[in-house]
Design a protein around this ligand. Structure first.
Ligand SMILES: [Zn+2]
Length: 348
């Protein structure tokens, strides 16, 4: 058996449903109770972090759903949504548990940082993390150990970053393990966002899982990433979608009888491409989120500070703009847009 398979099966064995008290870091909730507190990431060569968490442990054992908000510091909709989700959960009526990570990356949130922490690293590229690493790596290690390893299902809640104008969608990753892939699809449908990006390209090595949700999947736990909102906003529709989606998954897993927003007619994104800046400079975008584009449609141009065109970006194929960077600064190689081709057919 390859090492990664052995680790996946070991992960399955340790992800049994909650029974008795449930502890996340120093926070312990007994059956039928909720508890709040902080996962402490100690200072080292650079500052640590205190990650705010609520553990809601149902009166009866069942699935353990982890909701992870605020991985990126300038993405606010999930951070605003989770207290509303918490208010709807009643541990006395619950079968299973919900772990709410209210803010996965406090240094980036309070620092108003887009993409990168002060150590230059992106939290959603550092998993499973390193306990002896820099700030971002230590945060990832703490979330892997204290949250993902305690959960049976994981939802990583994002939106467009502070510079990204985004239409809502979820990522359903195909791991190649049929049971996990089927369960992941059901999570995406249950969350209720009608555009579902099929992602086949995540790493397969649990020691280099890179992404939050991929860390869960490679440990045998169904997981999705969801995106609703962007541009540093907290508009009601984007936040409402995060609240409704999380509660709908709570229902889907049989944890509590909350309202369902399951999507009945999903559109699957069977081909998607992140378009990147051809040069460092001043970006002027030519499309809007949700806009349909044809192959060759101008997405935007990069100018130098004097106004001379340095390069342009065009759609590589026909589809829809899932997000577009809608502020001027761009650095060569960084994303400027995400284009997806839509189909009503789920892959077999
Ligand atoms: Zn994000």
């Amino acid at each position: 058996m390859p090492l990664w398979q052995a680790l996946v099966f070991a992960g399955l064995a340790t992800s049994a449903a909650a029974e008795g008290p449930l502890s996340v870091g120093p926070i312990t909730a007994r059956p039928g109770e909720a508890a709040t507190g902080w996962i402490e990431v100690p200072d080292a060569a650079d500052p640590g972090a205190r990650i705010p968490v609520t553990v809601v442990n149902g009166a009866r054992p069942g699935p353990v759903l982890a909701l992870i908000a605020g991985t990126h510091g300038y993405e606010y909709t999930s951070v605003v949504a989770l207290p509303r989700v918490r208010a709807r959960l009643d541990p006395a009526r619950m079968t299973g548990a919900v772990i709410l990570v209210h803010m996965a990356n406090p240094p980036a949130f309070y620092g108003r940082r887009i993409y990168y922490n002060a150590d230059g690293k992106n939290l959603n590229r550092m998993y499973p993390g390193r306990a002896d690493g820099t700030q971002t790596e230590r945060i990832a290690a703490a979330i892997t150990r204290e949250v993902i390893d305690r959960a049976t299902h994981v939802i990583d809640m994002h939106c467009g970053d502070g510079n990204e104008s985004l239409r809502p969608y979820s990522y359903w990753q195909i791991s190649g393990r049929a049971d996990l892939d089927a369960a992941g699809k059901e999570l995406a449908l249950a969350f209720g966002l009608d555009h579902i990006v099929i992602d086949r390209d995540r790493p397969k090595d649990p020691a280099k899982s890179v992404y939050t949700s991929n860390t869960a999947v490679l440990r045998g736990k169904p997981a999705i990433t969801v995106e609703s909102g962007g541009m540093g906003g907290t508009d009601a529709a984007s936040v409402d979608a995060q609240v409704a989606g999380a509660l709908s998954v709570v229902r889907h897993l049989g944890i509590q009888d909350t309202p369902s927003v399951r999507v009945e007619k999903p559109l699957f994104v069977d081909r998607a491409e992140v378009l990147t800046a051809p040069a460092t400079g001043v970006w002027s975008w030519a499309v809007e989120k949700s806009q349909s584009v044809a192959a060759g449609t101008l997405v935007g141009r990069v100018h130098d500070p004097f106004g001379t065109v340095l390069g342009e970006v065009r759609a590589p194929f026909g589809g829809e703009v899932l997000y577009v960077v809608a502020t001027p600064p761009v650095t060569k190689g960084e994303p400027v847009a995400f284009v997806g081709h839509l189909t009503e057919q789920a892959p077999q």
